[in-house]
Design a protein around this ligand. Sequence first.
Ligand code: GP9
Ligand code: MN
Length: 689
Amino acid sequence: MSSGLGKIRNALNNRIVFFVFLVVVFWLKTYVTYQTKFNLGVSDGMQQALLILNPIPVGLLLFGAALYFRGRKSYWIMMIIDLIQSFWLFANVLYYREFSDFLSLGIIKSSGSVSNNLGLSIMEIIHPSDFLIFFDVVVISLLLIFKIIKIDNRKIKFRTAGMISIAAVALFGINLSLAEKNRPQLLTRTFDNNYIVKYLGINFYAGYNAYQTYKESSTRANASSSDLKSVLNYMKTNRTSPNISYYGKAKGKNVFIFHLESFQQFLINYKVDGKEVTPNINKFYSDSSTLSFDNFFNQVGQGKTSDAETMLENSLFGLPSGSVMTSYGTSNTFQAMPAILSQQGYSTAAMHGDVGSFWNRDNTYKSWGYQYFFNDNYFKEKTNYSVGYGLKDKIFLKQSIQYLEQLPQPFYAKIITVTNHYPYELDKMNQTISKTNTGDQTVDGYVQTAHYLDQAFGEFINYLKKSGLYNNSMIVAYGDHYGISNNHKKAISQLLGKKSVTSYDLAMFQKVPFMIHMPGLKGGVNHTYGGEIDVMPTLLDLLGVKNNDTIQLGNDLLASNRNQTVAFRDGDFVSPTFSKIGSKVYDSTGKELNSLTKEQKQEVTKQQERTDKVLSLSDKIVTGDLLRFYTPANFKKVNKADYSYKYSDAMKKLKEAQKKKKSLIEQNGGKSTTDLFSTDAPELKNESK
Ligand code: GP9
Ligand code: MN
């Protein structure tokens, strides 16, 4: 035995062996930490393989850098690298335990909130086993100090060190390409820090995040308040005057923003085998107290849901690539709808059955002034409760009531569903309508999950009626973006009953529902052309909130003097007169115009210029963080430190809020209204209450 140990010791006296040993220990340690301290949502064999693989290339590269140096220096470098890595791992373990997310430089730099919250409770959240992360650093350092492992002073050939670095980079290349294959656009869209760590590793994530932060902060540093001039000039000409027959009509009402995931306008009144796919939404759409828009377009880019959220609540566009929420949500200054309304006495809450870190919501929502964010940490989970990105809508909505009813009124509540999400898979017991039969696998399940979403929506509306909320709320429902992408032209033409589809048809296919319901509201179908960018100004006018000095790139859909050019994120546009898709121009009937008159040309150019302008202004505002230089009158800058989405903090705050005696539960004599939510969710059938 002792001779075995002696052999190992002898071997470790060789620098290359020592290096390999360090890499192996580092790899094991990282992998064990992944498995025991984080919840990375590994869902298939490839993801598992990548999780095992991903510490290796970075380990080889970083520890390998020490091989270019000689003697003691080389050992010092290796141990310091090990220590830094261990600190990073350790800090993330603690942060993750509290926030289910990874640390980013943005958080470390910008928000006292996070470090404060963490600082206060650090002793409570630390587990003794966390310190094991430093075990190897301590033991190996001692072995070196006491010369049990001896320093190998021999020079390592430059070629050997070089080969190791090259191997590390090559291995990383393989890692990256396998990751991209499993999760396309992983780096361009950066959905969730958990994804980057799962696929590429916690150390790569550190570097990547540092690079992003550097890039972003240098653009920010170069921006100044004078950059606002062009924005303010645009606002002067773009601002509409509100429609007096609607202005302030919803003043003081509760507001629901009901997010219909991947829900397209074509589903309204759509039938499969003679059966309505979305009967509840159809009814809501044509209710006499619902204002519905039938030329309302989604305008999202790569940020998909997050772009929709950014537009809806800030009237700013998403980015040409990536997502405003993931790249700028933590650090930028915003003047978002939740912040504006909370300063008008509203309670504000977002609810979603996915992890809080997706699209960086857990940080962005603080910047937007959300007092509460009820994410999956707040909901009961069971194995059959979730599909795809999170809780199934019916289960999520039922569980959301216990929080909703505690909010002091008026409240602003955003409810984000997720079951109707690509790849539109639903368990047998929840399939209650037949699939379409285009033969395109990804398309045909869409009506089934949409039908499920519709039923969930119906159950929620029933609850609102029973609880009385229906009568004192403005309910806004919208589809965030397409469910069927343009890659499925053949299936799309079959769904629409056409022989084939043109680029114009595909642009029209980007319509999503936008509906505003309130008892007493003059309803009907409004044909104005607009999109997600226009929601915030529309709602603020309906709520009668002063809105004449805010920076918003959309305009009130109900105003009569509004511009109706709808900009898409790629620079195309649609309007009631002309639409430009790619290099083609179409008239209002969808006919391609091959030659334009001088007047037509002028009009198209004008619309194109407006489209380009509004997109570039938005990018300027976001990347330069220009709102930090401008605060509208009566608006208080949001301080992220005021917010915490920790379960215990939220519960404390809700309890405190009950003293105001304005919540539904208080109105109901202190009795919960959760029983008023009835659902036919098969998963809940045999559950005791
Ligand atoms: C996940 C959900 C999906 O939380 O909002 O986002 P998407 O993929 O639609 O952008
Ligand atoms: Mn979405």
